[in-house]
Unconditional design. Structure first.
Length: 149
């Protein structure tokens, strides 16, 4: 059984936890991930800006940041569960992007959550080929729930 913990650290009401948990678990299922744990933390522009500056050296707001524990070889990770890491999603940026792309906030938040999960699982989009693979997987997971643009 996989564990997805979602925490809202904003002052706003957040009603998307159930659908985010479903799409994340679908990504786990598609990837054959069992007995894994991750956290998704919903934050505001100020919080994610600080994270982006401190950990990535980029002095601006971003939409999602993933911290993959399995990337850190010095971590002692128990054998009985995969501790994947944390995903920080900026609610303010997600709202802005949903409007910009002309789709729902639900779609944008689910996309960002699944995007973060694929980063935790070791995927990236540094090359065109890697991006093609990662984004195709993300879209397939979202389509399972009818979450389209």
């Amino acid at each position: 059984m996989n564990e997805v913990a979602i925490y809202n650290k904003t002052d706003e009401e957040f009603t998307y936890s159930d659908i985010i948990e479903k799409v994340v678990n679908k990504a786990f299922e598609v990837e054959g991930v069992k007995k894994a744990s991750c956290s998704i933390i919903i934050v505001d522009n100020t919080f994610i800006h600080k994270l982006n500056k401190e950990y990535r050296g980029i002095d601006r707001v971003t939409d999602v940041i993933s911290f993959a524990l399995e990337d850190d070889k010095s971590m002692v990770i128990p054998d009985d569960i995969r501790l994947l890491g944390d995903i920080y999603i900026c609610l303010d940026k997600a709202k802005e992007q949903a409007k910009e792309y002309g789709h729902s906030l639900e779609r944008e938040l689910c996309f960002l959550a699944v995007h973060g999960i694929y980063h935790l699982l070791g995927y990236d989009h540094e090359t065109e080929e890697d991006a093609k693979i990662m984004f195709k997987k993300q879209e397939e997971v979202l389509m399972e729930y009818g979450i389209t643009r």
